[in-house]
Design a protein around this ligand. Structure first.
Ligand SMILES: [Fe+2]
Ligand SMILES: [Fe+2]
Length: 308
């Protein structure tokens, strides 16, 4: 039995959804993957933007801005993922003022949750405004990924998050790397945990490929206060292709038992999964269905989640 890790406390955390739409049409993306050789293909061999122009109009990306204030009054901003299509990210960054924040040095670091194209390949849009931004990548990142960061003009530090121990980035904010292996040979995913004063913890995921229940259980056994999860934000990868079965049913059932007060899932969670959550009375945070998000069922592009 190891002692629970005390990561400090946040007074508040605001999460702005810059973009949760990985792409416009799922069928097109999966047909591209099949044509390229199937799910075991190296993603860098698929000529999607910015490496090629294949179905450029279908490419969007996942990215969020986190604004944290600690109980000691200090504050920080972090970019969580950089999206995919540089044209789409340029547009969303301009619409949400992210370009100015980067230029003014108001964002302290970029967290890359995992190497998937829709979370990472738009990094040029970020680095154009702030080439020396500190970048966190998960253990398992490929040489092609590190090379790509450099080729996009990065001059700052790249920190690889080890799977053994979470990194405390700021009082009340810890980044943990989960070993996992998934579609298109991507390995390792960084998940952010925040400890909110009086409320409990919040968990921020890109896709949650490690399994949402595993990631919640990790918080319970790792962090002081981790048994009380107040909010979750991001992709939960339950029904990304909108198919449904008993195992997915069990995940949603089990999720109800964690007592989460705000379920702000989006991206690859799946509309079907969100509808099942609502049927079970889970407190799903609704959005406005603007800026390219296809539904108001959940937090979408331009919507924000205020915690604390
Ligand atoms: Fe994704
Ligand atoms: Fe992913």
């Amino acid at each position: 039995m190891t002692t629970a890790l005390d990561i400090g406390t946040l007074k508040r955390l605001r999460i702005l959804c810059i973009s949760e739409t990985g792409w416009v049409d799922t069928t097109t993306v999966f047909e591209d993957i099949r044509a390229a050789g199937g799910p075991e293909t190296d993603q860098y061999e698929i000529p999607w933007p910015p490496f090629g122009s294949l179905h450029a109009d279908n490419a969007a990306g996942f990215s969020a801005l986190l604004e944290a204030e600690a109980t000691d009054g200090s504050a920080c901003r972090l970019l969580f993922d950089t999206g995919w299509n540089p044209a789409w990210m340029d547009r969303r960054f301009a619409e949400e003022g992210i370009d100015r924040l980067l230029q003014d040095g108001q964002i302290q670091a970029l967290i890359v949750s995992h190497e998937h194209f829709d979370h990472f390949w738009g990094i040029g849009s970020t680095l154009r405004h702030c080439p020396d931004l500190t970048i966190y990548v998960p253990q398992g990142f490929h040489t092609a990924g590190y090379d790509f960061i450099r080729q996009q003009g990065h001059t700052g530090e790249v920190v690889t998050v080890p799977t053994e121990q979470p990194l405390v980035l700021f009082p009340g904010l810890a980044l943990a790397c989960f070993p996992m292996s998934t579609l298109l040979r991507v390995q390792g995913e960084n998940v952010l945990y925040a400890n909110l004063q009086n409320q409990g913890m919040a968990m921020v995921t890109g896709c949650g490929h490690g399994g949402v229940l595993n990631l919640l259980d990790y918080a319970r056994r790792t962090f002081r206060g981790g048994e009380r999860m107040h909010a979750i934000y991001g992709g939960l990868h339950i029904s990304p292709l909108e198919d449904w079965d008993e195992s997915r049913e069990q995940v949603v059932d089990a999720l109800s038992g964690y007592g989460i007060a705000k379920v702000a899932c989006n991206h690859c969670t799946g509309h079907t999964a969100v509808e099942k959550m609502l049927e079970r009375g889970l407190p799903v945070v609704q959005g406005t269905g603007r800026n390219g998000s296809q539904t108001n069922l959940y937090v979408g592009n331009g919507d924000s989640l205020e915690l604390g």
